[in-house]
Each structure stands twice: as C-alpha cells, then as structure tokens.
Design a protein around this ligand. Structure first.
Ligand code: CP3
Length: 344
C-alpha cells in the first residue's frame, strides 16, 4: 500500500479518507501564532528554514496527512511587478488596477525570478519532511488573483468593483488573465521541478461572476493549468468556491478532484460532478466554533458520505477562520483517523 493521500487521489479505495485543511499553516496553530509574534509574514515566507518549519507545523501539531507550502497566492501579482505589503489588516497593493487607466497591462511585467525563493522553501521542506507526507503546492485561480489586483486590498472580500471592471473591459481582462496564467504556469513548473507532490488551485472567488462569464473568461486558463499538471503526473485539486451548479460542467481533463465549498452538500455535489472526478471538502469552518454536539452532527453527515465514497479527501469547505479553537481542529483530525469507516 502506498501513501493514503496519493492512493486516494489515484482512485484507490483506502480504509479512511485522507485529511488536511485549507489554511492549516496559520490561524489555528498556537505554535504559528507564537512565531508570528516574532516575525512578519513576508519574513517567514522568504526565509527557507522558517517557511519550511511553518509548512510542517500542522503535520506535527494537527496530525494531518499532507503539508501545504507556506506561501500566498499574491506572490503572482508581486512577480508581475505590483508593490505588495502584508499589513495587520491583510494584504495591500501599492497601486491597484482600478486606480489606473487602460491599457491595464502596461504597468505589469512578468518577473519569474521573483519567485525563486519559494523554490528554496520547497527544497528545504522536502529535505526536512517525512517521506510519507506529501507536499501540496498551490497558486491562486485567475479570477481570485485578478480580484486582488483590481481592488488592491485584502480584508474586503466582496470585491464590488470587480464584476463591473470585467464587464467594462472584457478584452483587457482576457489579456490580464493571459499574463497571470503564463506566470502561474511557470510557477507551477518551478514548484513541480523542486519537489511538490500535489497541486491545488485556490479559486476562492469563482462565485463572484455568473458561471457563464467564469467559463468564458477564466475556465480556459484553469484548463491550461490542469492539463500541465496532468502532463507532469501531478494530481490537481481545483477549489472553485461559489461556482454552484457550474461544477457539473467541469471535465476530467481540467482536474482530478474538486474541492467543494460548504454551501453545497457533498451528496448533491457528487450527483453534479463528472464521475471520474473525486471530491474534497466540505466541513463548514464555522462549525469549529460550536460545541461538540453540533460538531458531531456535522461529522456524522460526512461519515455517511465517506462510508460509500472512497474518492474523497476530508477537508473544510473553505479555510480555517482566525481564532478557530485549536482543540476542535485536533478533535476532528483525530475523529477522521480513528473512526471505523466500514469500507469494503
Ligand atoms: O494553507 C496554508 O495555511 C498555507 C499558506 C496559505 C496562505 N494563504 C498563508 C497566509 C495559503 C494556501 C493561502 C491562500 C490564500 N491567500 C487565499 C486563498 C484561500 C482562501 O483562504 O480563500 C487568499 C484569498 C489569499 C490572500 C490573502 N493572504 C489574504 C486575504 C490574507 C489576509 C488575511 C489572512 O489572514 O488570510 C493573506 C495573508 C496570509 N496568507 C496569511 C497567511 C498565514 C496571514 C499572515 C499573518 O499571519 O499575518
């Protein structure tokens, strides 16, 4: 038997689902918070020893089955030349696209060498991690990255200007998506060449525009990324949060697994999603603020699903929220790992 995470991604039936969490590296871990008191986020990200250490914290503290690279989706706009700062109130760009005039691509220039430090982090992580823990690499989906580039700051996540910008500037948006995608492909190649085992695309704001617009302007870019991962034999997980019933139009050449958000029950997602594509998700991260009874109720529902569905990775329906009680995160991992899933 191989590794439980990679086996599941390959469609092999295992005794339980593998478990990891989106945003597992920050936010919930007391060990992360104490490091954060001493170093800024940029500082931790750019120091290979520190970043590799943070990447491994959830494996040690939460006992998850996979490690996710400690970095951020906004490294792409930064490597396109946008000034970026991570403040206490979230990320802020020096000059957002909405404050500029067309052609919006004029101020951007692809500088792939700005991503090199991340490859050092990956190599250091591979050096220190146990061989049976796969390393997940990632980048942001084209729409999500564009949202931050247009709006310029990160604490507001409703992005009121973005749909208007897209409708007004469709041709320009297509060019921006191309720029983001080309650099994301180079970045993905770098991550793969330096040792990641799995790739996840975080399209957190897929639900911001109607599905038709998403499929027209952004899905071709996702398909390019997915096909490249397939060529390189790297399992590709796609998280299109808020895409709703649009998930039924995703084909197996785009991705191997879809990460389902908490808005859609997994049995419904299973009916919609192409049978060759596996599922990941989708515990509501807010349930972790509830008492044990309510947590157990949510877990029971996932148990029903996971008993029959072995092409499934246990995860949240979106990342951990700040201040999530750490004990509850531990409790859930332990539950996934010690439950008898009664699979045959
Ligand atoms: O999963 C992990 O913990 C690994 C690393 C990771 C981070 N960001 C670290 C981070 C990952 C996978 C991301 C993805 C990311 N970043 C997304 C997509 C997933 C999602 O949650 O929707 C988005 C939209 C971003 C953009 C971003 N980066 C925001 C909005 C913020 C500020 C708010 C916050 O705390 O998330 C960041 C900063 C950031 N990225 C931090 C961390 C640990 C916080 C830095 C700090 O501790 O001050």
């Amino acid at each position: 038997m191989g590794n439980i995470f990679l086996d599941t991604l390959k469609g092999k039936s295992r005794e339980r689902p593998p478990v990891w969490y989106m945003r597992q590296a920050g936010r919930v871990l007391p060990s992360y918070c104490s490091l954060k008191a001493k170093h800024s986020f940029w500082e931790m990200m750019r120091n290979p020893e520190l970043a590799a250490k943070v990447t491994m914290l959830p494996v040690n503290d939460l006992d998850v089955d996979g490690a996710i690279l400690f970095s951020d989706i906004l490294v792409i706009p930064h490597a396109l030349g946008m000034g970026l700062e991570f403040t206490d109130a979230g990320p802020v760009f020096e000059l957002s696209l909405k404050k500029q005039a067309p052609p919006y691509t004029a101020s951007l220039k692809s500088q792939p060498e700005k991503l090199n430090y991340i490859y050092d982090v990956i190599r250091e992580t591979v050096r220190i991690k146990p061989a049976d823990i796969p390393l997940i690499g990632f980048c942001g989906g084209p729409l999500t990255v564009l949202c931050y580039m247009i709006e310029g700051l990160g604490t507001r996540t409703d992005f009121p200007e973005v749909p208007k910008f897209i409708y007004k500037n469709k041709r320009e948006v297509a060019k921006l998506v191309d720029l983001i995608t080309e650099l994301s492909l180079t970045y993905m190649e770098g991550q793969i060449n330096n040792g990641i085992d799995i790739f996840q695309l975080f399209e957190t704001h897929a639900g911001l525009v109607p599905a038709e617009i998403y499929f027209e302007l952004f899905m071709p870019a996702v398909e390019k990324l997915g096909k490249y991962a397939k060529e390189k034999n790297i399992p590709f997980i796609y998280f299109p949060k808020g895409l709703g019933t649009g998930i039924e139009r995703i084909t197996p050449d785009i991705c191997d697994f879809i990460s389902i958000d908490w808005q859609m029950p997994l049995p419904d997602a299973r009916k919609l999603v192409h049978p060759e594509i596996g599922l990941q998700g989708n515990l509501d991260p807010r349930v972790l603020f509830a008492g044990k009874e309510e947590i157990n109720f949510a877990l029971d529902k996932l148990y029903e699903f996971g008993q029959k569905e072995y092409r499934w990775i246990f995860n949240l329906g979106h990342g951990f929220l700040p201040d999530t009680p750490y004990e509850n995160a531990r409790y859930i991992t332990n539950w996934v790992k010690t439950t008898n899933w009664n699979r045959r």
